[in-house]
Design a protein around this ligand. Structure first.
Ligand code: SF4
Length: 362
């Protein structure tokens, strides 16, 4: 999540963000604790099935303790596969955070150079930074069009855009994005009808597409998100004028100002404050929080989000998701109730019963 993929690109590699696989977890089920999140269990499963052998190396960050265990499983199972572990500071508002982050990234650059037998020059790194910025800017433009209501791209389609950016060659992906933006501008669509909602949560793994479809099929239109497979991934550019290693360190510290990350400690950032502000900016009238089961960093922050929504009168629904089994029918019922209660609020009607209030914020 906090790896500056530009470093790998500048060394001539194709950086790929490992995705949660679709198939059921089998080999990995017994390899990591059952109370690890679906993403971790899926990554361990893919490693044990030999599906990550196409990689020259894996880089892990310390963004949660569960990943430490998954890195160990992969090391144990495949000692030949180099694992690089990056540990940038987790307390972002400390005086020493910048210097420490920069030195971690300098060490990471040396590790990548040694691994790939390539030298990362400043010019190559600047070129990669510029390409990746362009890619992020184009996706942000599509997000703006969605807020403006000039594109009718669904939540599913937005995820396809982000996920392909995570795994494809960025030059090729950027070319495709340019064509897509041109096509949208040439023939703007009007926004689909429905209650505008905001999606929050899901770190590391992408929400399942059928869940996104279900959310929008119950009378909502997703107008914004802070998902990792969403706006969080493309929120922050890297300064193209600065010394590139300094710029990377600043990017790491600054992206928390744009979209606060629950895996980092930062006294200056408030996730709930950000959500309220961003919901106003995007015109969202309801918040759907997607919590990947056993995601500790997310669970630490959820009570604050819940309390803030209650104080602000924001309709909020929490859906806890799993890798293998999700109670889709139960989700559908809860979503329909949520939409109905939120619509009543919009019409300045109070929820009629205690039961409705608990459905609106559960
Ligand atoms: S989804 Fe949460 S628990 Fe899982 S790896 Fe990411 S931060 Fe850790």
């Amino acid at each position: 999540m906090h790896f500056p993929v530009e470093l790998a690109h500048a060394a001539g590699a194709l950086p790929v963000i490992i995705q949660e696989a679709e198939d059921p977890i089998t080999d990995g089920e017994g390899a990591v604790f059952s109370f690890y999140c679906g993403y971790n269990r899926s990554v361990a499963d893919q490693a044990l099935k030999g599906r990550l052998k196409f990689l020259d190396a894996i880089m892990f960050g310390d963004h949660c303790v569960q990943l430490l265990g998954t890195a160990d499983i992969i090391r144990w199972h495949d000692p030949e596969l180099p694992i690089v572990f990056e540990q940038p500071v987790s307390s972002l508002d400390m005086d020493w955070a910048f210097d420490e982050t920069r030195s971690v990234y300098v060490k990471l650059k040396e590790d990548v150079e040694e691994l790939l037998g390539a030298r990362i020059t400043d010019d190559a790194l600047k070129a990669s930074i510029s390409l990746f910025n362009r890619n992020r800017q184009l996706i942000r433009k599509i997000y703006e069009m969605r807020v403006a209501g000039t594109t009718d791209l669904s939540a599913r389609q937005m995820q396809h855009i982000i996920k392909s950016s995570m795994v494809m060659d960025r030059q090729e992906h950027t070319g495709l994005l340019e064509r897509l933006v041109e096509a949208i501008e040439a023939r703007p669509a009007s926004r689909r009808q429905g209650m505008p909602v905001y999606l929050s949560g899901h770190l590391c793994q992408a929400p399942k597409l059928e869940l996104l479809d279900m959310i929008e099929s119950t009378g909502t239109v997703v107008v914004g998100d802070d998902l990792y497979h969403g706006y969080r991934f493309i929120s922050t550019d890297i300064d193209e004028e600065d010394d590139p290693m300094t710029a990377l360190a600043n990017w790491y510290l600054r992206k928390n100002e744009k979209v606060p990350c629950p895996t980092r400690a930062d006294g200056d950032a408030d996730w709930d404050e950000f959500l309220v502000r961003d919901m106003r900016r995007t015109g969202a009238e309801g918040l759907i929080v997607l919590v990947a089961k056993f995601c500790e960093p997310h669970m630490y922050y959820f009570p604050e989000i819940q309390e803030r929504c209650r104080r602000e009168g924001i309709p909020m629904l929490k859906l806890e998701t799993e890798h293998d089994s999700m109670p889709m029918e139960a989700f559908k019922t809860r979503l329909e109730t949520f939409v109905e209660v939120a619509r009543r609020r919009r019409r300045h009607e109070k929820p009629e019963s205690k039961q409705e209030r608990s459905h609106a914020q559960c």
